[in-house]
Design a protein around this ligand. Structure first.
Ligand SMILES: [Fe+2]
Length: 343
């Protein structure tokens, strides 16, 4: 039972595991009692224990006695709270050496079981002290160390994103090419409706990431030339949530981006997925992305049909006013396309 779940979790989080490893994190997936279900290679390196031994251990066995109580409290906090929890701790390697670590913990549900994903990174002994000092100080930290940390975090986040996009592209070149084109269309529409620069950047990032969860779906289903069976379609319908899960722990991905990705297959008139949200309850960014996404899909050759011509695609888009799309937004979008064509 344990092994089976473990393999499925690895498959589900494969892309994320890879980026976490590359970004320097040891990843531990365990249940809320601390029993370890899966680890990545970095976790073996960090602890000195081989994977086989780690899978028979409890995550608390890896903490030094000094920090054990704090770590147990933090595990409870991860279980109870909705947000991710970040804390410093001390771990003990197999050879007995104690190391200072920074842990980011979050939880996710899989097959009705709550799991915790712990991303662990070794930190220099002084880093913890510095953090403690910073908390006591009331003045704004202006040290080089602080700005360096912030810069590194951003760099790491963007690096992780690029890597994730590369993995996705290697597996599914159509989806990634499509995402680049969708990014152009969302920008066109977002500028016309006077989105702020910050929101445009979020929307562009969401466009690049919206279908990334498809790397967790069988290739045969994604490229099937004929109509999908009900079971296959329900697999495809999982991709907005898979995308959201894969990107949510990356530092540059904020709530706004996650929401756009999550709701990009909701229909303005209802009946979309994953939640069936309708009308203006669907975030504006997701309504814009839905339009750009569909238009580019219509204009592209697919395994099951040839690309539609410009007038055909426009006709289909118009027929979906108020159904798939926000009617005002789709009118503006079609107007934008017309103006572009005249240029
Ligand atoms: Fe999608």
């Amino acid at each position: 039972m344990q092994k089976k779940i473990s393999k499925e979790i690895v498959n589900m989080l494969e892309g994320y595991e890879t980026i976490s490893g590359k970004a320097g994190y040891a990843v531990f997936i365990h249940d809320t009692r601390g029993n370890i279900f899966e680890v990545n290679k970095r976790a073996e390196k960090l602890t000195g224990y081989p994977r086989k031994e780690l899978l028979n251990m409890n995550v608390m066995q890896l903490h030094t006695k000094k920090e054990l109580n704090t770590s147990i409290r933090k595990l409870r906090l991860i279980e109870e709270t909705k947000r991710e929890v970040e804390f410093g701790s001390q771990m003990q390697k197999k050879n007995g050496k104690a190391i200072n670590v920074k842990i980011t913990g979050d939880k996710f549900k899989f097959k009705n079981i709550t799991f915790v994903i712990g991303m662990v990174r070794e930190i220099a002994p002084h880093a913890k002290l510095w953090k403690a000092k910073k908390r006591r100080s009331t003045t704004k930290p202006n040290s080089d160390k602080f700005s360096k940390q912030v810069k590194n975090m951003n760099k790491e986040g963007i690096g992780s994103l690029h890597l994730l996009i590369e993995i996705a592209e290697a597996r599914d070149p159509y989806t990634m090419k499509h995402s680049v084109k969708v990014k152009k269309y969302v920008e066109l529409l977002a500028r016309r409706v006077e989105f702020s620069e910050k929101n445009i950047e979020s929307l562009k990032l969401a466009s690049m990431l919206h279908d990334i969860g498809k790397i967790g779906i069988d290739q045969d289903v994604l490229t099937k030339p004929g109509a999908l069976t009900k079971a296959e379609y329900s697999k495809v319908k999982k991709h907005p949530l898979l995308s959201t899960k894969m990107i949510r722990r990356i530092p540059v991905v904020d709530k706004q981006i996650s929401k756009i990705v999550k709701y990009h297959h909701e229909n303005y008139g209802g009946g979309g997925y994953p939640t069936g949200l309708r009308g203006t309850k669907i975030p504006l960014g997701a309504r814009i992305l839905a339009i750009a996404d569909t238009y580019d899909a219509l204009r592209s050759n697919r395994a099951y049909r040839k690309a539609y011509s410009y007038p055909e695609a426009v006709g289909i888009m118009k027929s979906e006013r108020g159904k798939r799309f926000d009617p005002k937004l789709v009118d503006i979008f079609l107007d934008c396309l017309q103006s572009e064509a005249k240029k």
